[in-house]
Design a binder for this molecule. Structure first.
Ligand SMILES: *[C@@H]1O[C@H](CO)[C@@H](O)[C@H](O)[C@H]1NC(C)=O
Ligand SMILES: *[C@@H]1O[C@H](CO)[C@@H](O)[C@H](O)[C@H]1NC(C)=O
Ligand SMILES: *[C@@H]1O[C@H](CO)[C@@H](O)[C@H](O)[C@H]1NC(C)=O
Ligand SMILES: *[C@@H]1O[C@H](CO)[C@@H](O)[C@H](O)[C@H]1NC(C)=O
Ligand SMILES: *[C@@H]1O[C@H](CO)[C@@H](O)[C@H](O)[C@H]1NC(C)=O
Length: 526
């Protein structure tokens, strides 16, 4: 009680003195906050014709990843305003020089994403400098640069205040994910691409594509062409070319796409095209464990996936398996008895056999945490366990020597509309993990946009800005994160308004997920 009181007194003090106390800690308009930032007080003008050069780079940008991103970033800075002021004679930033040390442009898990960015106030021509090991670090640098720049209504130019800037930045976790679910509601390709674009603004780097589930099977699988008979309609589908296009679009922006098929539960839609995958016509999931064809189909899907989804990991689900259809279906019951298995054994058998298939196609496997909770010691040692239930499983997973992704539903499920941005911000993936070797096994975290209650009409305001709050937790060094989220409210509010200006339907911060604006007033106060 005494502690709560003193905390609220402190906050009251901060609120009264907000112009001073909060401004000093929170005036830097960057989200997520970089590792190291210092700056001065000089105003610069960004030339209307700002150009990018790559002097000193070992990287040749054959795919145009850097050039295209630079062009997009310049457009973002303009925000559709006509930049029609006259460049002054001094303090005009005419270019950005990008030095990338590695010629590699393959987006691999754990790729070096660090960068240095400096914006000087002296030198001719006046140029911002970016230095990065890989092009993907340089992409983050350009995003940071874009957040320093804004359209000024007096000069009618793009300006950049508080120069010179010196920023040195590197992510805290290599896996910073967002899940989308295209089975419960179909999401058009354009919507998925816009989600990917917005991820880059807050430096998230893995799109977990929960493609299929019980309700619909929207994606084309050339090896088993009747699987997408389980789609909702002929138009609510993705061709293989669509999937390739989405993966390339994401990779060119530094975002990996991680595909999921969730087996053996959550797979009812598979049987629309291939009814023998169902235990019976009256009991349709989990997939028939006794039927070799089930594994043939999984093999076909993962074989096709391996040509499209090049990320190191594939997700095989494995959660919420209700085995009553197995014991309740005579031919499966007989198979269990013949093989001396009970349903727990059969569930394990299914998951482990599926893991072997995925590994044979070159993947490392991610499984939801029930697999670990039931037979953790039997999982392939390369398995990454994906937490979703309680927050206490990650310490157990890493103590067992396996890798972990944190997504505890009470804090990081975006479909929980009562989960606040403050909860997203303060959810700590390394909670109760003190051993540095075990900490390294937590490869990151992921916020989950399950699709039961969202579709193309409201996905953006349900994801943003709450996913961005988690993005700072996953990017910024822990010692720079505010223990009290109220200390970052105004900075996140400004980032939310920036998302709106960029055409992203990010919801107001006040209240819970997806709320309407509170009352007439400026953007940052909603
Ligand atoms: C950033 O600058 C520091 C100090 O000069 C240097 O040690 C580091 O390697 C640079 N980082 C990158 C990504 O170039
Ligand atoms: C699957 O779709 C194809 C093409 O529309 C159709 O010819 C076939 O009958 C469908 N099969 C099943 C089992 O629904
Ligand atoms: C079972 O399916 C696998 C492919 O997953 C195949 O290699 C094997 O020959 C099949 N076994 C039987 C008994 O049909
Ligand atoms: C499991 O499935 C059976 C048959 O579909 C159903 O009657 C039962 O309620 C389910 N159990 C749970 C815990 O969902
Ligand atoms: C299934 O059998 C295993 C031994 O093979 C046993 O440890 C386990 O408790 C059994 N599970 C159930 C649900 O009966």
């Amino acid at each position: 009680m005494a502690r709560a009181l003193s905390l609220s007194l402190l906050l009251a003090f901060l609120a009264i003195g907000s112009c001073i106390a909060i401004e000093v800690t929170d005036h830097i308009d960057l989200w997520p906050m970089p590792t190291l930032v210092s700056h001065g007080t000089q105003r610069l003008y960004v030339s209307k014709d700002i150009t990018m050069s790559m002097e000193g780079s070992s990287y040749s940008d054959e795919k145009g990843i850097l050039k295209d991103t630079f062009q997009r970033v310049v457009d973002l800075m303009k925000l559709n305003h006509a930049v029609d002021g006259v460049n002054p004679s001094s303090f005009v930033l005419t270019g950005v020089n990008v030095v990338v040390h590695s010629p590699e442009d393959e987006l691999k898990f754990g790729v070096d994403e660090s960068y240095n960015l400096s914006v000087p106030t002296t030198g001719y021509p006046l140029q911002a400098q970016i230095e990065a090991q890989t092009v993907f670090g340089a992409l983050h640098a350009l995003q940071t640069f874009s957040q320093l720049c804004y359209f000024d209504f007096t000069s009618r130019l793009i300006e950049l205040i508080s120069a010179p800037w010196t920023i040195s930045d590197t992510p805290r976790f290599p896996y910073r994910g967002l899940l989308i679910d295209t089975s419960r509601h179909y999401l058009p390709v354009t919507v998925i691409k816009k989600v990917i674009d917005t991820m880059t603004y807050s430096k998230l780097n893995v799109l977990h594509w929960h493609i299929v589930d019980a309700q619909s099977f929207p994606i084309e699988i050339p090896s088993y062409p009747k699987l997408w008979n389980g789609s909702y309609s002929f138009s609510e589908r993705y061709t293989t070319s669509d999937a390739i296009d989405i993966v390339r679009y994401a990779e060119n922006r530094g975002v990996n796409v991680m595909a999921e098929i969730d087996v053996p539960g959550h797979a009812l839609s598979w049987g629309v095209g291939y009814p023998s995958l169902w235990p019976s016509d009256s009991c349709k999931e989990p997939l028939d464990v006794s039927n070799n064809f089930s594994f043939g189909v999984i093999d076909g899907i993962l074989s096709d996936f391996s040509k499209v989804f090049k990320f190191k990991f594939v997700h095989l689900g494995g959660d919420e398996v209700n085995t009553s259809c197995w014991t309740g279906t005579p031919h499966i019951k007989k198979w269990l008895d013949d093989n001396h298995m009970n349903v727990s054994d059969a569930y394990r058998y299914f998951v482990l056999r599926s893991q072997k298939i995925a590994i044979s196609h070159g993947y490392d496997v991610i499984n939801w945490e029930e697999t670990f909770n039931n037979f953790g010691d039997k999982l392939d040692r390369r398995t990454v366990v994906h937490n979703w239930l309680e927050a206490d499983v990650a310490p157990k997973v890493v103590a067992a020597g396996l890798r972990c992704i944190v997504s505890n539903q009470d804090k990081w499920y975006l479909d929980h509309l009562d989960a606040t941005w403050e909860g997203f911000y303060t959810n700590e993936p390394l909670k109760d993990i003190d051993d540095p070797d075990q900490q390294r096994l937590v490869i990151g975290g992921e916020v989950c946009m399950w699709g039961e209650q969202i579709d193309a009409s409201d996905i953006e305001q349900t994801i943003w800005p709450r996913a961005a709050a988690a993005a700072e937790r996953l990017w910024t060094p822990i010692e720079k994160l505010a223990e009290d989220p109220r200390l970052v409210t105004s900075r996140l509010a400004r980032f939310r308004c920036l998302l709106n200006q960029r055409g992203v339907a990010a919801a107001p911060l006040a209240g819970y997920g997806r709320t309407a604006p509170y009352e007439p007033g400026p953007c940052v106060r909603q």
